[in-house]
Design a protein around this ligand. Structure first.
Ligand code: PDD
Length: 289
């Protein structure tokens, strides 16, 4: 079952107009929220980022006052199961094609639930491959926009080289992955690109920083050069669907020893412990501003 504009229905019964601005212009925003045993993880932080994305594109929140939470919980009940990823999308709705906003906007709201694949245990032994590509996206990558053409092209390039992610470089600096944030480790220090318009403020990124800092791990949010990336002992990807994933080959060359590193192991362990604590029962969710 999916959710579309107030109704819960089978996906084949859900349809939107070709005049929808999401279809015509990519005029919309989205979120992806992981759910474990029916419990959404860091939901408040995802909804807060959704509000920021909506406000950045000047689209009034179509489901304020707990509307999102109630709808997503109902949708999860309609799609029972252990680990799930919840996708939601809001567009500026249907109108005659004109770039400027229509006078009357009834937003289109869509949500669906998909299985969330558990991390392959082999990853802890082998890690994954990534490639680096130029970051060809726009100047507001902090907005979780559904207009993802540059990300799609980068990820396709990665897929064609049997890599799981494309790591994006702009003006000699690391920004993020096509659908993930990137961390590097050198001499025991963890670094990730500082927040700003060039990257998405990842919910997993913030959570990983929080749990590592709680364990007194030195973590820095600062610019990372391409040379830093290539000299890293460890590279990790973080996202709501990947958790913390070790990259052991970049552009075909080994990262550090070529095996997942000790700081990654510690980070994933802390992340998993904190995640289990946060999703153990109702009302125990960890809040992010
Ligand atoms: N993508 N950067 C980009 C460009 C992303 O698309 C994502 C997530 C992230 C990580 O953010 P978070 O930790 O909040 O998931 C960073 C989602 C999972 C997707 O598009 O499917």
């Amino acid at each position: 079952m999916v959710y579309l504009n107030g109704a819960y229905l089978p996906p084949e019964k859900a349809s939107i107009s070709p005049m929808d601005r999401g279809f015509l212009f990519g005029d919309g925003v989205y979120e992806v929220i992981p759910s474990y045993d029916g419990q959404m993880f860091l939901l408040d932080a995802h909804l807060e980022r959704l509000r920021r994305s909506l406000s950045a594109i000047r689209l009034p929140d179509p489901m304020p006052d707990g509307g999102w939470r109630a709808m997503l919980q109902r949708l999860l009940q309609e799609n029972p199961g252990a680990d799930r990823s919840v996708y939601l999308q809001v567009t500026r709705g249907k109108a005659a094609r004109d770039h400027a906003f229509p006078a009357q906007t009834a937003a289109t709201v869509f949500a669906m639930v998909s299985p969330l694949a558990a991390q392959d245990p082999a990853v802890a032994e082998t890690g994954v491959s990534a490639i680096s590509v130029p970051d060809q996206r726009w100047g507001r990558c902090d907005i979780k926009s559904v207009a993802l053409l540059a990300n799609v092209l980068a990820r396709q390039q990665a897929a064609e080289q049997a890599a799981v992610e494309a790591i994006l470089l702009r003006d000699g600096l690391l920004t993020e992955g096509a659908a993930s944030n990137v961390f590097v480790v050198r001499d025991g220090v963890v670094r990730t690109t500082a927040l700003g318009p060039a990257i998405l403020p990842g919910i997993t990124r913030a959570f990983v920083l929080e749990v590592l800092r709680a364990g007194r791990q030195d973590c820095r949010e600062e610019p990372i050069t391409e040379a830093d990336l290539r000299a890293a002992d460890e590279i990790w990807l973080t996202s709501s669907t990947k958790e913390v994933l070790p990259v052991t080959r970049l552009d075909g060359r080994p990262v550090g020893t070529g095996r997942p590193g000790p700081v990654w192991r510690k980070a994933l362990e802390r992340y998993r412990q904190a995640r289990v604590r946060a999703t153990r029962g109702p009302g125990l969710e960890i809040h992010h501003g």
